[in-house]
Design a protein around this ligand. Structure first.
Ligand SMILES: [Zn+2]
Length: 959
């Protein structure tokens, strides 16, 4: 029995005693890795472990690559998650309190205090920190801080004054996601399920009916030239409201939305949709009237609850008209007459489409009615095509001949100027709920403070930073560019919560996604703050200017901030040593906000040399394939899991199930399997000792070569943060190679295997150590080392140790063993005799020629045969022309690297190598093996098998 807990705590103590993760500037090259700091509003569960473990593996790997690695950690107290928790406790939320008691085992006395937000933060801060230490994260804890520390407040104040000086914090009126209950803007951290409340701007086109205005929401204002009718839902009761002096007819949901659009809304009366059917409305700018028709696909919660119909270019509208004609029995005669009188108005010319594109695409997708699931897809395709390639036709007045992509804004401005339109913002994936439970809306917020992410120059720099930096996985780069494009002004202050007050308007608190964007720089200061070498109240802006921006005079700054010049200099030097951030790790959910803001704000505050170099993004963690949630009852608190299974098996189980962006699937079976594997490995490490003097045999050379190959492959996977792949090599590929080696040496009754195995295990343990740091230290010690494996260097590849001939020879043995096993399985023979035939020497020469041609891309069988026949050495191919085709297939079924290796190595002596099969076959099948060459006149070959032998594909006869 391996005592995981004591092994792990033993090595943690050693790391702590040696202060190995506490780093200061040195002569070495640095690597600064950071990960999004946690919100201490609940304890960590298994799911939280992924991002931190990835970052820790990264840190440990880079350390072994010789870098001076800084991996610090802070705690984010700012914002509503903690506040929301406190309120739920105040309201005596039974479910939450029960979860604290039973799942997380929080002491009763602490739960009582949780109505105070700061008490929640302090409690879970310690809880999370202990979990991180127990997970073995190689963090420099001297740099720990919280976002409510006075010095941090000073730092954030400085950041905000800088942004304001650059006009990037502005006061104004802009739309924001909003909780009507809290009267506060909401961002991803404030919503249930952590949904980013993204929204879209719609143009409301004002159609006039009698003294009323019927507005419809659209993303395509240019299509008013193609409107043939409006749609209303006959079952919906609409509101007649006074909106800033106009009488509008809209759904109740829309009336509510309009209240948040900075409009004065007064209810006048109501009207049923059915009463609107058949009425005529005037189209703005066209002086024409169109009819209102009934359609049940119109949803009261979308837009205004009324829809304008553009059947030539909108598949939904076209199909709805067709559906009415088809179901004529269920409509009034007047409606039918109106529908039959409608002719779609074509206003956009797009290559590949004729007069009525909507009709064409409906036919293409074989859509039968408006309930077809393909209608959405068809709409998307047509809108996309028309947006990028469409040109407005002559019936669009001053806009004729313009491209849709260019004209959209122009039409919007024009129609707004004519007072024939308005603007409505709507949440994209509603309904979205605030943590307090209320449904969020979009609100135009007046005279609020915004970070101006709509600033064009800022966006331009953000794009260039993103395009120059390393992003892992690469496929997510476009998502970042997309976020930069759609980001707009963002409210950066709140009226409630913990955090830093807006320096020039102390009624506001800077919100959590705005005070967490450049704090990586603060880790440099935190060390000095914690040592009380710098005091918050003495920190003036000039201090930060000097340290971070190299501005100001050292004497003056030191005097004003009451520190010595020496100290000031060394803080500045430490910053310029560790900055920029070399790798920022975070979950994928932070791409549309935190990670992009992190880029934006670094650009705004710091010179280019301090812009971040790399972002690494990971997916989330599932439990047995399902999302983790309290209601599913599948949450495992991290610290519980560590106590039961050990930290290393958990780290590995999280990492091995998925590459970066995929969701990792955690399950306890995997943890147990990994634990067993590690325990076996530990046992092996105690078994084999380093001793000299044994002569390397074929299989030793092979195993040592394989080990080098695996170092090469593992290193390359690590560099791309393909940790699942890397772990696969370390855990499984090594294992299967060692198994084969043991099989070979056992068959030969060898006793001198210790040295080779010791060598290979040392390499393997070193590469395991970033992943499973505790048990790797234990293994390393068992292998006879005195120093720490986490201090050792990552194994280097020695190309001279890769012996290509022994790799090929051993592969030949393995594949021949596999072939024998397969034949026995298929034929169910109990073997009495096994005979192997190796190919004639002309075939080897022909093989090499064919191989070099295949590598050059020449695969024409005719040409190859001709050239082989023309050569004396290989002319025998004329007796066996099939040989060429089969050999090409043999070669193509191999990976490119091994083709190359074969081309570069001399032909191996198959007969000699295969004679080694005898001991293996004896062990496995209890019979002897005889090996003949195809050309051997004395061979036993009753079934004429020998002639079918090919290089690396010996013929086999079993009797
Ligand atoms: Zn709320």
């Amino acid at each position: 029995m391996t005592d995981w807990l004591s092994i792990e705590s033993k090595w943690r103590k050693r790391w702590q005693d040696e202060k190995y993760f506490e780093v200061d500037p040195s002569e070495k090259k640095k690597f600064f890795v950071t990960v999004a700091y946690p919100y201490p509003n609940s304890p960590q569960h298994i799911g939280h472990g992924r991002t931190y473990t990835l970052a820790d593996v990264h840190a440990r790997f880079m350390r072994m690559c010789g870098y001076n690695v800084l991996f610090p950690m802070g705690f984010h107290y700012t914002g509503t998650p903690i506040l929301g928790m406190a309120r739920r406790i105040q309201e005596n939320d039974k479910e939450l309190i029960e979860a604290f008691r039973t799942i997380y085992k929080v002491p009763e006395q602490n739960i009582q205090e949780f109505s105070e937000p700061i008490k929640i933060a302090r409690y879970f801060h310690q809880e999370i920190k202990s979990g991180m230490i127990e997970m073995g994260y190689s963090i420099d804890w001297r740099r720990e801080f919280t976002t409510v520390d006075p010095a941090y407040n000073k730092f954030i104040e400085w950041q905000f004054r800088k942004l304001k000086d650059k006009n990037l914090v502005i006061q104004g009126s802009h739309p924001v996601g909003w909780c009507p209950k809290d009267q506060n803007p909401v961002s991803q951290h404030d919503t249930l399920g952590d949904v980013e409340p993204a929204f879209t701007e719609y143009v409301l086109i004002k159609f006039r009916y009698d003294k009323y205005i019927i507005p419809t929401a659209t993303l395509r204002p240019e299509t008013i030239f193609g409107v043939t009718n409006l749609w209303t839902n006959p079952d919906v009761t609409y509101k007649i409201i006074d909106v800033d002096g106009e009488n509008w007819i809209v759904s109740a949901e829309c009336a509510r939305k309009l209240e948040f659009m900075d409009k004065k809304v007064i209810l006048i009366s109501e009207i049923k949709g059915s009463a609107l059917v058949g009425k005529k409305v005037k189209i703005p700018e066209r002086n024409e009237y169109v009819v209102i028709l009934p359609a049940r696909f119109v949803k009261s919660e979308n837009g205004t609850g009324m829809v304008m119909s553009v059947p030539a270019h909108a598949p939904f509208d076209y199909q709805a008209l067709e559906d009415i004609k088809k179901n004529s029995g269920s409509f009034e005669q007047d409606v039918l007459n109106s529908v039959r009188a409608i002719n779609p108005i074509s206003i956009i010319q797009t290559t590949g489409y004729g007069e009525i594109p909507a009709k064409e695409i409906i036919e293409k997708f074989k859509i039968e009615d408006q309930n077809s699931p393909h209608l959405e897809e068809a709409t998307k395709e047509l809108y996309g095509k028309e947006f990028y390639e469409g040109i407005l036709k002559n019936n669009t007045n001053q806009f004729a001949g313009k491209k849709i992509a260019d004209v959209k804004e122009e039409v919007k401005k024009w129609i707004l100027q004519q007072k024939n339109a308005d603007i409505l913002f709507e949440l994209n994936d509603g309904p979205i709920r605030c943590r307090c439970g209320a449904e969020c809306v979009v609100k135009i917020l007046n005279d609020q403070w915004f970070l101006d992410y709509s600033n064009k120059n800022w966006k331009k720099d953000a794009h260039s930073c993103i395009n120059e930096m390393k992003i892992l996985p690469e496929e997510i780069r476009n998502e970042f560019n997309h976020v930069v494009d759609w980001l707009r002004e963002r409210a950066c202050a709140r009226q409630h919560g913990l955090g830093t007050k807006l320096p020039w308007d102390k009624n506001w608190i800077i919100e959590s996604l705005s005070d967490s964007v450049i704090y990586m720089a603060y880790y440099i200061l935190a060390k000095y703050v914690n040592k009380k070498q710098i005091i918050a109240e003495n920190l003036e802006d000039e201090f930060f200017d000097y340290v971070f921006l190299e501005k100001g005079d050292v004497k003056k700054v030191a005097a004003n901030c009451k520190i010595t010049e020496n100290l000031l200099e060394s803080i500045k030097n430490e910053f310029s040593y560790f900055y920029p951030v070399n790798a920022r790790h975070s979950g994928r959910d932070l791409v549309p906000n935190h990670l992009t803001f992190f880029v934006f704000n670094h650009i705004a505050i710091f010179p280019k040399k301090y812009w971040p170099e790399e972002i690494v993004v990971n997916g989330s963690v599932l439990m047995d394939g399902k999302k983790m949630s309290k209601s599913m009852g599948n949450i495992i608190p991290l610290r519980d899991a560590i106590r039961t299974y050990g930290a290393d098996p958990i780290r590995l189980a999280i990492l091995i199930s998925a590459e970066l962006l995929q969701d990792a699937d955690f399950n306890l079976e995997a943890v147990k399997g990994i634990k067993n594997k590690l325990e076996n490995m530990l046992e092996d490490c105690s078994k084999y000792k380093l001793n000299k003097g044994s002569n390397l045999q074929q299989e030793d050379k092979w195993l040592l070569s394989r080990s080098q190959q695996l170092v090469l492959e593992t290193t390359s996977a690590m560099e791309k943060m393909r940790l699942r792949e890397a772990l696969h090599y370390v855990l499984y590929e090594f294992d299967s190679d060692i198994q084969w080696y043991l099989k070979r040496t056992n068959a030969k009754n060898r006793t001198d295997v210790s040295s080779t195995l010791h060598n290979v295990l040392s390499t393997r343990v070193a590469m395991l150590s970033p992943f499973a740091p505790h048990i790797a230290e234990e293994m390393w010690e068992k292998l006879g080392n005195v120093s720490l494996v986490s201090k050792s260097l990552w194994p280097l590849v020695h190309n001279e140790d890769i012996d290509s001939a022994s790799l090929q020879s051993e592969n030949l043995l393995k594949s021949t063993m596999d072939d024998i096993r397969n034949i026995l399985k298929v034929t169910k023979i109990i073997p009495k005799k096994i005979i192997i035939y190796t190919s004639d020497s002309w075939k080897n020469k022909a093989y090499q020629k064919i191989l070099s041609n295949v590598i050059k891309g020449e695969m024409s069988i005719g040409i190859l045969i001709k050239s082989l026949i023309s050569d004396k050495e290989t002319e025998l191919v004329k007796k066996d022309p099939d040989f060429v085709k089969k050999t090409i297939n043999d070669i193509l079924s191999e990976p490119i690297e091994s083709r190359q290796a074969k081309a570069e190595t001399n032909i191996i002596d198959e007969k000699k190598i295969l004679s080694e099969l005898d001991s293996l076959v004896q062990k496995d099948f209890g019979v002897n093996v005889q090996v003949f060459s195809e050309s051997d006149p004395e061979k036993y070959d009753p079934k004429s098998k020998a002639r079918t032998a090919r290089p690396f594909k010996p013929a086999i006869l079993i009797e």
